[in-house]
Design a protein around this ligand. Sequence first.
Ligand SMILES: Nc1nc2c(ncn2[C@@H]2O[C@H](COP(=O)(O)OP(=O)(O)OP(=O)(O)O)[C@@H](O)[C@H]2O)c(=O)[nH]1
Ligand SMILES: [Mg+2]
Length: 455
Amino acid sequence: MRGYTYDTEARREERALLVSLVTDESRRSGVDPRISLEELVQLAETAGVTVAGTAMQNRDVPDSKWFVGKGKALELKELVRAEELSTVIFDQELSGAQVRNLEEALDAKIIDRTQLILDIFAGRAKTREGILQVELAQLTYLLPRLSGQGKNLSRLGGGIGTRGPGETKLETDRRHIRGRIGELKRQLETVQAHRQLHRERRRKNGAVQVALVGYTNAGKSTLLRQLTRADVLAEDKLFATLDPTSRQLRLPSGKEVLLTDTVGFIQNLPHDLVAAFRATLEEANEADLLLHVMDASSPMRDRQREVVDEVLGELGASGKPTLLVYNKIDLLPDADEELLAGGPETLRISAFREADMERLLRSIEDKLLGGVAKLKLPASRGDLAALAYRVGEVLSQMTEDDWLVLTIRLNAGDMEKRGRPLLPYFAESESSAGAGGAGAADGMATANAAKTSDN
Ligand SMILES: Nc1nc2c(ncn2[C@@H]2O[C@H](COP(=O)(O)OP(=O)(O)OP(=O)(O)O)[C@@H](O)[C@H]2O)c(=O)[nH]1
Ligand SMILES: [Mg+2]
């Protein structure tokens, strides 16, 4: 039998066959199995595997022993032998028993979609939190698959590449793994509490936060780089980004906001995994505005958009002010561009066009700034005037007798945090661009009316 230890060299030489089983259940899910398999090819390539070919089988339900039908298993065995393949990767999740049976029968390493994604994550996590999360997800995946039988556990742990729950850890028993899971959870709690503190401090400082979210490979990191001139890794690979990266972003008015890149989403991501990355995605949850970046050139773009919306829903971030950004428009023929769904809140851009970046910045600003309002302050209250400059952009300023009249384009978020002393002085509010802005501006007008009737 093969020894399943992999170094980078071996990883490069890995040649795999990719297999998808189409069942009644998967047909009901509405996910096109060919598109999913196509994505599996990209995932495998991202993991450094050479894809030798793909195969599909239709069956009402998976075979409990072999997952695919027995005849298909024999066919695969023949292929593995003839093509000298090292690995067979399945597009669906396999049970521990199925992995063992197939490994024995095909004499190849068997990996499923989840494990492949976990392997990619393991190779890419950089921060302590990311590394802990990946190990936790890997062990959670592994545990129910260790159904006794005294097999060498390292065989199950041997995914693509060597990182992840290292072989030494896996040679020990389940109890050890459970212990490790508990330990990882505790460590994560500490790291996350720390991050929470950090976030709260950021909030207190009044930093307005914008988060880039979207399907993997949509161009989020590229946009972060183009918009902030930051040196951020962007690659034509799935899951290039695992750890959230934040950079200062200067809007056209000169206002600075914090722009955060997040891990990309993918369909059929097991729930455990989503949970594992929940903390990372909390950055999205905390944001004042989401930029939902889509790859307009992908034939799967509508499905991808749904997947992202679903995950955002699970995170409790669905109601957030969101700007839909169709990216990579340069790859589309003009005629196709019109087919893109979306209303006035939708932007069509190419990350590589300077003019589009300026347009995007303006849209972010419009979306963030909650509307225009007039503020009438007693000229003696210079302290309040200073505050006014901090809650938005002052568009004009004039004096009327003993009053100072300011027209301000408000930032709704800031207003809530720091604008309380100003509330009674707002004379009127005009148009409001942002979602949160309308409410805030109304509130101010009302507060003013109450004040006026007092006098
Ligand atoms: N043609 C074209 N390519 C783009 C555009 N934006 C990004 N790309 C390319 O798309 C690929 C993926 O970009 P990334 O920025 O890494 O994507 P991401 O959304 O951060 O991906 P993950 O971190 O994997 O979730 C890279 O090769 C980019 O150069 C665009 O507007 N036009
Ligand atoms: Mg990225």
